[in-house]
Write a protein that binds this ligand. Sequence first.
Ligand code: COA
Length: 289
Amino acid sequence: MSSYKIPVPNSKHTFRDDLFKGKVLFCTGGRSGICYKIVETMMSHGVDAAIVGRDAKGLLESAQSLERSTGSKCIATSADVRDPEQLGKAVKETIDKFGKIDYVICGAAGNFLAPIDNLSPRAFKTVIDIDLLGTYNTIKATIPHLRQSHGAYLHISATLHYRGLPYQAHVSAAKAGVDALSNVLAAEEGPRGVRSNVLAPGPIGNTEGMSRLTPKGWKPENDIPLGRIGDTSDIANAAVFLFSPAASWITGTVTVVDGGEHHIRQMSLPYPQSLLDPDSVKGIIKGKL
Ligand code: COA
């Protein structure tokens, strides 16, 4: 018997069209995937946006297609989140264009599968630098503007660090740090009217993470209580809610959007064979181990 499949949500059925009219969003990692969909959905509710990332050409194409699909404004500002100076320039470009920033999404992230004994110090540091230090740098670059607008942060985290998931030491450490950073930000900046929350997506279809990091033929719907893999719209709808006035007394929280997956998750690679004999699983995922 197959389980009931929850329908994919459409934000327009729940939130009003002009919910974010006159507001400005600054999003790192908005070029593609989950963050692209969040930006697109918020723009379809009136927000103007700046998307930030390393790939200048890809960002520009994404900004143009976001404007076409939503009718709101979007600029592409290239910066590596590991570099505070580049981020400062991206913030300045955003302020020059739109005059303010109301919402920030810290979404830039890097991931690959590797057991600790194959993880060089530079490899570990690279992911900490992008995910955790990049979040800190983004907060530092934007906080004066968020204080002015009484705005809100949303950090894109994960659920993999809730338990000890093999191959993900670097990302688990980084995302645990992001969750902690958001809580402190919420406590420190709440009195100035700034909110900070975390969104933790489960397995989301048609994303780079899913195609590169999971085994071929893996059927996640068998491991998900709500019966289907996530859609980028699931994450975008949660983000719209968390930025909306309906969430104005919500700060310092983690919202898990995963159809219940982390409660029953099994390791998608055979355990413990994949650790004891990595050669036996070579080729079953797209990335190297
Ligand atoms: N296993 C082990 N080590 C790896 C690795 C893997 N699969 N992939 C990268 N590394 C190591 C590199 O070997 C290097 O360490 P070394 O110099 O000691 O050899 C270190 O990580 C940095 O790699 P590099 O490619 O130079 O860094 P980068 O800054 O260009 O990009 C990532 C790093 C993590 C962002 C890269 O994996 C990437 O571009 N990923 C695609 C984007 C992405 O991850 N998106 C998120 C999807 S969920």
